[in-house]
Design a protein around this ligand. Sequence first.
Ligand SMILES: [Cu+2]
Length: 141
Amino acid sequence: MRSRRHPLHLNTACALAILVGVAAVAHAEGYESDASVIQVVSTKIGEKNVFIPATIVVVGGREHTLSLFNTTDTPHGFAIDGLGIEEVLPVGIEHPVKIPAVEGGKIFGIRCHLHPPHRTATLVVVPASDAASPGSGGLVD
Ligand SMILES: [Cu+2]
């Protein structure tokens, strides 16, 4: 006589193993950064005004400072509408701008509100790792 297996128990065990695996992967996702000040220039390439870097990446959940420098001979704007930021960058002076702590997983457009043809840029806020999140104790359990 063949012994009967319990397929329901086997499926339950497999589902549990998959869930535990998914939870472990999700727990390990996220980013850390040691960059507290990020340098950006507003400059001119050919006939185009641009921001370099055009994609700024910060980790969510904490404040950052952008150090903006305008290399041209004309003031330029720096606006992130989604964060209520609108600054005028004077010529040839470091201009710090605080980026508030934002939840990770968001992308914001950056534009020069003084010159609409000025090439735009993007602020990408990536999620912080659990180890980088406040209150986690810095350890993965
Ligand atoms: Cu401009």
